[in-house]
Design a protein around this ligand. Structure first.
Ligand SMILES: [Ca+2]
Length: 318
């Protein structure tokens, strides 16, 4: 067996031991930083070749998946946590686990892959068709943005490929604690987002949402005038985007279904060509008894109103 491969196998096994041992303990995330460091030191000593450490590190990174992007569940597993452990301290637990991982691997990107799939379910209108006098509903884009820097590019991609003359566009941004860098990226690029809508002689609205279940008050807000003609005065949109402050959220999932419902039903959609909501979040939707509106209700309502939904699931970072 080639040395890097042998080293990887040994290290991979050692890497997991501290987490397996602490899997039942709730302090696992707190301990994980030291556990990772110790595991790597043991690993290096065992392989007897310090030069192999870099190779091992690269191998572990490789195992993380394409482009070094990890799924949140993998990170939780290694920190001895499950989704059920992510109560009101969700942000702290995930932030600690991320920090511990980055001590070992350097900057890494974590996507909640389950959230990507659940959010993406909203983009599938199924057999529904638009109501009378509304644009046809299409299947939307399901995109990811591993780092906040990728967010403007993904919005631009949707605008380039799915936008069109006379469009109505609503950007719906998760504004809970882990979204600060993503909110900043949208704010820094709002001029080009607005310019793309203006080029289509379209209208733009922005809204944010948090957790509607006795967590955040207010939990939802949109800019005062709703959909604003981007060929006219655009200062309201810019000011609103810059005013968004990312905090709160309590548990990990947020009120995505209720927020899409609010956005779909409160805005005055007028476009007869294209209506779209672009969702930007790192988390999955609240479900079951924790949401007022179900996924099925939201999909049916947006189809009725001729609204196509696109989702961008962004990397988890603090
Ligand atoms: Ca929540």
């Amino acid at each position: 067996m080639p040395r890097p491969v042998a080293a990887f196998v040994i290290c991979r096994a050692f890497w997991y031991i501290p987490f397996l041992k602490s899997a039942t303990g709730k302090e696992a995330a707190m301990k994980s930083r030291n556990a990772w460091v110790i595991a790597v030191l043991v690993c290096c000593a065992l392989t007897g070749a310090l030069t192999a450490c870099e190779e091992v590190r690269d191998a572990i990174k490789e195992a993380a998946g394409k482009d070094g992007v990890w799924c949140l569940d993998e990170l939780l597993k290694m920190a001895g946590l499950t989704r059920e452990d992510l109560g009101k301290d969700a942000d702290k637990l995930i932030a600690d686990a991320l920090s511990a991982q980055e001590d070992l691997l350097g900057e890494s990107y974590v996507i909640d892959c389950e959230a990507k799939d659940k959010n993406g379910d909203l983009t599938k209108p199924g057999a529904s068709s638009g109501g009378e006098g509304v644009p046809p509903v299409q299947e939307g884009e399901t995109l990811v943005a591993p780092s906040a820097e990728d967010v403007p590019g993904q919005i631009g991609k949707i605008q380039d490929t799915r936008g069109g003359a006379g469009e109505d566009v609503a950007i719906l941004l998760d504004a809970t604690g882990s979204m600060g860098d993503d909110q900043a990226a949208v704010a820094e690029n709002i001029d080009s987002i607005m310019a793309a809508v203006a080029a289509n002689e379209g209208r733009l609205a922005v809204a944010w949402y948090k957790d509607n279940m006795e967590c955040d008050s207010p939990w939802y807000q949109s800019n005062a005038s709703g959909l604003v003609d981007m060929t006219g005065i655009t200062s309201e949109i810019k000011a609103f985007v810059n005013s968004i402050y990312a905090d709160g959220g309590c548990d990990w999932p947020e009120s995505l279904y209720d927020a899409v419902w609010e956005t779909a039903t409160k805005l005055q959609w007028e476009s007869l060509t294209r209506r779209m909501i672009i969702v930007i979040t790192d988390a999955p939707p609240l479900e079951g008894s924790l949401t007022v509106h179900t996924k099925e209700q939201v999909v049916a309502k947006t189809a009725e109103l001729g609204i196509t939904i696109h989702t961008i699931t962004v990397g988890v970072s603090y």
